[in-house]
Design a protein around this ligand. Structure first.
Ligand code: GLU
Length: 483
């Protein structure tokens, strides 16, 4: 039997890491088994729907390279793939349940239900809908909710991630199948659709785990064989204590694209949020993931979201690229990451990349890191950094001393052919001659030629800036100290 998995987002806003990880695991399982991955849009909650979400979801999946075989934009044998276009199907299945005595029209108003709830609370017993089944429910005409008539029993089932699970009959209750607005609930629609779409593995987040016994009762009532379940633990916030929320960093996956993260890094990062291959490997290519991913290696407990790890991973992948490759990736995006360097020529930009590659963690940093190669150092910054330096080695070094150092650097470098080796040799000679520390000499040069307290390594930076520009900046800095 071929494996069929699905990603079934509700169009209620952007996709964040948790949602995408669910999609990724389903995609990996389908791809590694030559199966199919289905995209289904669960748009049955009209109140929570956010316009544009479906497009946003599709764009996010495409950016990450998680392609689907069937979906709303693609069609397929089981179309339509938007639940709002399948209302007739749910109605038919609802009718089947009425006919078999397993669903009833719910005659109660919200106020009446509230009363039942309060009463149960007063009497200190759990509230259950099934304790309030109407004796003779009205015929269902669609104006009342259609409610499932459960048959409480204990369940045992296997979850591909969580292992063996069991619950008692008390958790099985009646629930709404179709609301009075004609839309089905998630609880009903997903079971009908998974069945009709031939889904073999239901991979979803932990938030649905407690409802699973109710779902099992409905599968049984419909005479449907249970699919395999794989429940993914929550992605936890940075403190590891609670579910990741928008407040502590769950951002739109497309924000990462805007900031110049690589989809390869996101995919590897998401895959390793709660999964590993049993070794210490941390960065995986897409092909490696397809080969190695196993549901039973997914951790049962929530994985902590650590954006620093993503940054690190992105940096690792950037460092692993050839300069040409890196250059092309940056050029291909229309985001203007070069900023100050946007109009510079390709060879010069590649040389800059050669120097900043080690420090670049995501593309949005490129402008700030590469600025010194395209623009003169900002005089105010140079002055500020030399006169009240945050650098601990420079603190307390008198201005006259800094000025003397700069003058010596200028006369040394005036004689240089500005090859990297020659610059290195001369500055090392100067260290000995001046009897000063590298921790003083090099920061002074760096500040003078870049206007920043950190930059790529100094010899390469001087070489690439070239003799004229470097000397001009050194002269300017020296004059600033004297002014
Ligand atoms: N529509 C549900 C959600 O977005 C999908 C849950 C599932 O995968 O079954 O949370």
């Amino acid at each position: 039997m071929s494996i069929r998995t699905r990603f079934a987002p509700s169009p209620t806003g952007f996709l964040h890491v948790g949602g995408i990880r669910t999609a990724l695991f389903g995609w990996l399982l389908a791809r590694q088994n030559g199966g199919q991955f289905v995209l289904r849009i669960e748009d049955t909650d009209k109140v929570r729907e956010v316009e544009g979400s479906e497009q946003h979801i599709i764009e996010s999946l495409k950016w990450l390279g998680l392609d689907w075989d069937e979906g709303p934009d693609k069609g397929g044998d089981h179309h339509p793939y938007r639940q709002s276009e399948r209302l007739g199907i749910y109605k038919e299945w609802g009718q089947k349940l009425i006919d078999s005595g397993r669903a009833y029209a719910d005659p109660y108003t919200p106020a009446q239900l509230e009363e039942f709830r309060n009463k149960a609370k007063q009497e200190k017993r759990p509230f259950l809908f099934r304790d309030h089944r109407p004796e003779s429910p009205p015929a269902w005409d669609g104006s009342q909710p259609l409610r499932f008539k459960s048959e409480p029993k204990a369940y045992q089932w296997h979850d591909e991630v969580m292992g063996q699970l069991s619950t008692g009959p008390e958790v099985v209750d009646d629930f709404i199948l179709i609301k009075s607005d004609g839309y089905p609930t998630y609880n009903f629609a997903h079971i009908v659709d998974d069945q009709l779409m031939g889904i073999t593995h239901v991979i979803r987040s932990q938030e649905f785990l407690s409802s699973t016994p109710k779902f099992l009762n409905l599968y049984d009532a419909l005479g449907i064989e249970w699919p395999k379940f794989a429940t993914l633990p929550f992605v936890m916030g940075p403190d590891g204590k609670k579910k990741l929320s928008k407040r502590d960093g769950a951002k739109d996956i497309l924000d990462y694209r805007r900031e110049g993260y690589l989809p390869e890094a996101l995919v590897s990062f998401l895959a390793t949020l709660g999964w590993n291959d049993g070794t210490t490997q941390e960065v995986f290519t897409r092909d490696e993931l397809i080969q190695k991913f196993k549901l039973d290696h997914v951790q049962k407990s929530g994985a902590r979201f650590d954006e620093q790890r993503l940054l690190w991973m992105n940096g690792q992948i950037i460092r692993g690229m050839s300069i040409d490759e890196l250059y092309e990736k940056i050029e291909q995006s229309d985001k203007g990451y070069w900023g100050h360097g946007r109009d510079a020529d390709a060879d010069y930009k590649k040389a800059v990349l050669g120097l900043v590659q080690d420090r670049l963690k995501f593309f949005a940093e490129l402008d700030q890191l590469s600025e010194p190669f395209f623009a003169e150092p900002d005089e105010n910054s140079v002055k500020e950094l030399l006169i009240s330096p945050p650098d601990k080695h420079l603190k307390g070094v008198p201005a006259e001393e800094l000025s003397r150092i700069l003058e010596s650097v200028i006369s040394k470098l005036e004689q240089s052919d500005f090859s990297e080796d020659d610059i290195r040799n001369r500055l090392n000679e100067l260290l000995a001659e001046l009897d000063t520390k590298p921790g003083v000499l090099f920061p002074v040069i760096r500040i003078a030629i870049t206007g920043k307290s950190s930059s790529p390594e100094i010899f390469g930076t001087l070489r690439l800036l070239g003799k004229d520009k470097s000397l001009a900046s050194l002269h300017r800095a020296s004059a600033l100290l004297d002014s």
